[in-house]
Design a binder for this molecule. Structure first.
Ligand SMILES: NC(=O)c1ccc[n+]([C@@H]2O[C@H](COP(=O)([O-])OP(=O)(O)OC[C@H]3O[C@@H](n4cnc5c(N)ncnc54)[C@H](O)[C@@H]3O)[C@@H](O)[C@H]2O)c1
Length: 331
């Protein structure tokens, strides 16, 4: 099979590439390297069947050709991470909405009806979330705190609407995956992702910084589990035209997560609290709970998680320690 991955040098994109190369598929990654890195694709860059283009999806002239050659497209390219979303609110809308529209338009014009998976986000559920978030839940944006904080959620919602429209109106086989917090190797902590930040802080013996009161809960899914779920959704005819949560339904408070990372690292790092107003800005609306209902995913495909949060953190700590030691040696 020929697979095209936009954002293929990113965290999830590079794992998708590795998964398909392992299956013997041809993989074409396109990425502008705005947050992705060549280091992410280095482990398989020389593999037969792998191709990489550094390009921006909204303007890349060869995109129609790349799409026409693909049987499956994972559209992962997006401006991601709360720090980047707050710093570049217009880029979030431009890339995430116009980029998705261009990918879908090219796919519908390609004539070969490639299977398209659009990466959406649990952020579309907005600030509510006292229960398991279900695909049929109403979606809410708090306009009284009309900050660009919500641009990411709005851009992902627009991407969903585009996907559903191209599926319904043009018969393009599209599936929307609402990804919840995904974690694993190659994820950067630079743009506000909590687990890589905690792991790095614990490995370097620095204070582990919990934003807010730490009682907010999140559910973390190992990236290899998430990639398998995305692949299975693309294999399922029933998933065409559907919006599906993809994540893990085991949730944990951020404070417990900080203590777990500290314990697994055997680290003496203190856990310190940083108010949201300091971590982000005054008036930032933190999201209290995020837990996916996975009934639809399990109904559509035969999927079970294989990796626990503890195992994933141990893997991340093992990868972080040599880097931390290297930094100490050269510092
Ligand atoms: N990681 C998560 O927990 C999570 C949760 C929900 C949704 N998602 C979604 O999954 C997708 C992948 O996220 P990720 O965590 O791997 O983030 P990432 O930042 O590692 O990956 C995104 C990639 O897209 C590339 N990119 C950005 N703008 C581009 C452009 N205009 N043209 C070409 N490439 C561009 C970046 O360089 C990066 O490599 C995103 O769409 C994101 O919204 C991720």
């Amino acid at each position: 099979m020929r697979v095209l991955i936009t954002g293929g040098a990113g965290f999830i994109g590079s794992h998708l590439a590795e998964f398909h190369l392992d299956k013997g598929d041809e993989v074409h990654c396109v990425d502008d390297l705005s947050t992705g890195t060549l280091e992410n694709v280095a482990p398989f860059r020389e593999c037969e069947g792998f191709r990489f283009d550094r390009a921006e999806i909204r303007t890349w002239e060869a995109l129609p050709e790349a799409i026409a050659a693909a049987e499956r497209i994972y559209h992962m390219a997006a401006v991601v991470g709360m720090f980047r979303v707050l710093a570049e609110p217009e880029a979030v809308l431009a890339t995430n909405v116009a980029g998705t529209e261009r990918v879908l338009r090219c796919a519908s014009e390609a004539g070969n009806a490639p299977r398209v998976l659009i990466a959406s986000s649990s952020e579309v559920y907005g600030p509510v979330g006292t229960h398991r978030l279900d695909e049929t839940d109403g979606l809410l944006v708090h306009c009284d705190t009309a900050k660009t904080q919500w641009n990411y959620a709005l851009s992902k919602l627009a991407g969903e609407a585009l996907g559903i429209t191209y599926s319904g109106s043009f018969g393009l086989p599209v599936t929307i995956a609402r990804l919840f917090n995904t974690i694993g190797k190659r994820q950067s902590g630079r743009y506000g992702m909590v687990v890589p930040r905690f792991v790095q802080q614990a490995a370097q013996g620095e204070p582990i910084t919990v934003f807010g009161d730490g009682l907010q809960t999140r559910s973390f899914c190992n990236v290899e589990d998430a990639v398998r779920a995305l692949h299975l959704l693309c294999e399922s005819d029933e998933a065409e035209g559907e919006i599906v949560n993809v994540g893990n339904d085991h949730s944990i408070t951020i404070l417990d997560l900080a203590n777990l990372v500290r314990e697994l690292a055997g680290s003496g790092s203190p856990v310190v609290f940083v108010p949201d107003s300091e971590a982000y800005y005054r008036g930032f609306m933190g999201i209290r709970h995020r837990k996916p209902a996975l009934d639809k995913l399990r109904r559509l495909v035969d999927f079970e998680h294989e990796q626990s949060l503890e195992d994933t953190i141990m893997d991340l700590l093992a990868a972080a320690r040599p880097a931390a030691q290297g930094a100490e040696a050269t510092g």
